[in-house]
Write a new protein. Structure first.
Length: 186
């Protein structure tokens, strides 16, 4: 059963990865860098500050920093435990895939997916009552994590597992934030 899932994951990866083409490689190399998303983050922080004030924004930024540290460290523990090689280093896939970016670290599960989904879920749960189309925030982790498949760095299963872990982590941190927010009237 596990072997079937791994083979299906590899087949789906080969399909998705081969949708890419060289003229778009530079675009996806930009997308995969967190720093290039700074205008998006600033816009989201602006929306938070507008509705919740500077003090609450500071508390939220602190929670996000702890959340990302948590998800990142758990992701690294899992990667080092399972030690799944990245698609770009999988000898069985040589000649079948496009490798745009190389990495010698492990693949399972995606830190890009877990961190982006955790922070998005956390922020979404906080500001969904203020803005009608807050669900559009989820375009960030979808595009951000897909870049990892495009570049040849993660299997779809790595991304989906990262999303699941990130969503759960974001939800749990929201509950903790909400508890303290109600207790101390932030």
């Amino acid at each position: 059963m596990l072997e079937e899932l791994i083979n299906l994951d590899k087949e789906l990866f080969v399909f998705l990865n081969n949708l890419g083409s060289e003229p778009f490689d530079a675009f996806w190399l930009i997308i995969t860098k967190q720093l290039h998303w700074t205008p998006f983050f600033v816009a989201v922080f602006y929306l938070l500050q507008r509705k919740l004030g500077w003090k609450n924004l500071g508390i939220i930024v602190l929670f996000i920093a702890v959340l990302i540290t948590f998800t990142d460290q758990i992701t690294n523990l899992v990667k080092n435990y399972f030690q799944r090689i990245r698609p770009c280093n999988d000898e069985a896939l040589i000649g079948l895939i496009r490798v745009v970016k190389d990495s010698d670290t492990f693949s399972f599960f995606s830190g890009h997916a877990s961190n982006s989904m955790a922070s998005t879920m956390f922020i979404f749960l906080i500001i969904r009552k203020f803005y009608k189309h807050t669900y559009l925030l989820f375009l960030f982790p979808i595009i951000f994590a897909y870049s990892r498949i495009y570049l040849g760095l993660h299997f779809p299963g790595d991304i989906l597992t990262g999303y699941l872990f990130g969503a759960i982590s974001g939800f749990v941190f929201y509950k903790i934030y909400n508890h303290f927010s109600n207790k101390y009237n932030w």
